[in-house]
Design a protein around this ligand. Structure first.
Ligand code: ATP
Ligand code: MG
Length: 456
């Protein structure tokens, strides 16, 4: 295999899609071109090499740690997310794309990946497999939130889930995989971690939290008042200044954890120390989904304190109650998801080159249609022979074709003109020296294999 050539290209950082005009103004000549939905974006070719790097590294990590791939549908019964993510969460309350399908069933575009994985675990009796079951996925998620840089309505996550173990080493290993995946991609990170215990031990803390905020109710935003009433833990996630100012004095959940929860958390931290993953204890870190228990974490780019919203590159934690909540057998579990748009954005900002296409070894130049016919066939023979080849069949002049060959850095160009078509030959041009020789067309693939081997 030829070494992959990095192709640093000038790429503008992705910008949020412009809002589509409410009423498309009819253009003079016919209709205006269709526009993107707000918060949705095209991933254009110039960004794809970075996307490919992210996918490659995620897959390599999944293989190295024996995770099996799973793909669940993008569309599920909305009930799944109501039960899994929680009715009183932002995601379910305001961000889900819910609609009736033609049969009248309430369905939703998945806002995250864990609920579908847990459902599949139950549906396919994975509880009967050797535990824990380790699964990974990658794909688009949908949340109708306010679009801004790093926040889209369709975005992509790559996730890792381990179902069927309570061991603290699982939490630590997943965190390590998240950190190493990003490091492998060229992104140093810092980790924020916390424990939110079990739903039972959380009760006393929640009462304390509500007591703490109650005297300040008048200062709170409508959103936060609502949270305080319905889902008090989520107030810790508020970016509102009123809450931010009160937070330093707010009670910390770690002080309310029962012994088993504390032990679990201590073990996780010890494992992290062991593998030298630096972390910051964030006593107010909670997650936007109700299914979390014990360990919760977020991964940021190094130097990012997490104050800038929409900057977490990955997030996850333990969700011991989820499978049972979905009527499966009690199954402790833990997982995380990487936000792929944010990772690609960070790669672009840091100028980390993407995976790129292999550099072509042979370029194909042709003069006239008869030569094109020969070229079309030869090209495929080269490809089958394992030689990276490129062409400019759309161009006519030899000069512009040779320019294209130079630009791509191909060491050899095959030139076919009228004469070569008739002779059954080709011209081989060494692009460095400019030396040309005639060769038999039938042997050209093996001739070039030899030449390339000599060059290497
Ligand atoms: P945030 O606090 O940044 O909104 P979240 O807690 O809602 O994130 P999770 O549900 O934990 O995010 O998803 C995991 C990761 O997916 C996030 O860390 C982020 O990188 C990415 N992500 C979440 N929502 C979006 C979005 N709307 N657009 C792009 N990426 C997103
Ligand atoms: Mg969010």
């Amino acid at each position: 295999m030829p070494a992959r050539k990095d192709q640093p290209k000038k790429i503008k950082a992705p910008v949020p899609a412009k809002e589509a005009p409410k009423e498309a103004v009819p253009a003079k000549k016919g209709k205006p071109a269709p526009e993107l939905l707000r918060g949705f974006r095209d991933i254009l070719p110039e960004e794809q090499s970075r996307w490919q790097s992210v996918r490659d590294v995620v897959r390599a990590m999944a293989d190295a740690y024996s995770f099996d791939r799973i793909d669940t549908p993008v569309l599920e019964r909305s009930d799944l997310f109501l039960r899994a993510v929680g009715k009183q969460t932002d995601i379910v309350e305001k961000e889900m794309y819910v609609f009736e399908d033609p049969a009248g069933d309430s369905v939703a575009l998945r806002p995250e990946g864990t609920a579908g994985v847990a459902r599949a675990y139950i549906n396919h009796g994975m509880v009967n497999l050797p535990q824990p079951v380790k699964l990974w996925y990658e794909g688009p998620m949908f949340r109708h939130e306010r679009p801004q840089a790093g926040r889209y309505r369709q975005f992509h996550q790559a996730g890792f889930e381990v179902l069927g173990s309570t061991e603290a080493i699982i939490d630590a290993q997943l965190l390590m995989i998240a950190v190493q995946t990003l490091k492998e991609l060229g992104l140093p990170t810092t980790v924020q971690v916390n424990s939110i215990g079990t739903p039972e031990t959380r009760q006393a803390y929640l009462a304390e939290l509500v007591n703490f905020f109650r005297p300040h109710r008048s200062k709170l935003s409508e959103d936060d008042k609502h949270r305080l009433q319905k889902n008090p833990l989520r107030i810790l996630d508020s970016k509102d200044v009123a809450v931010q100012e009160l937070l330093p004095n707010a009670p910390q959940i770690v002080d309310w954890l029962d012994e088993p929860s504390k032990n679990h958390f201590m073990k996780v931290l010890e494992f992290l120390d062991e593998v030298e993953i630096p972390y910051v204890l964030n006593p107010h870190l909670v997650r936007g989904l109700d299914y979390y228990t014990h360990t919760v974490f977020e991964v940021y780019e190094a130097g990012d304190t997490g104050e800038r919203a929409q900057s977490a590159l990955a997030a996850g934690g333990r969700y011991d109650g989820l499978v049972e909540q979905l009527s499966g057998r009690p199954t402790p579990a833990c997982g995380f998801a990487i936000g792929m748009e944010r990772v690609v954005r960070a790669l672009i900002e840091r100028n980390v080159p993407g995976a790129g296409r292999p550099r072509p070894q042979v370029f194909f130049a042709q003069l006239g249609d008869a030569a094109r016919r020969v070229g079309l066939k030869l090209y495929e023979q080269f490809r089958q022979g394992g030689i990276a080849v490129a062409e400019a069949f759309g161009k006519n002049a030899l000069k512009s074709q040779l320019e294209a060959a130079n630009k791509l850095g191909a060491p050899f160009t095959i030139i076919i003109g009228q004469k070569e078509v008739l002779d059954g030959t080709v011209i081989v041009r060494d692009m460095d020296s400019g030396a040309q020789e005639i060769a038999d067309r039938g042997k050209i693939v093996s001739i070039l294999k030899k030449k390339l081997a000599e060059e290497a």
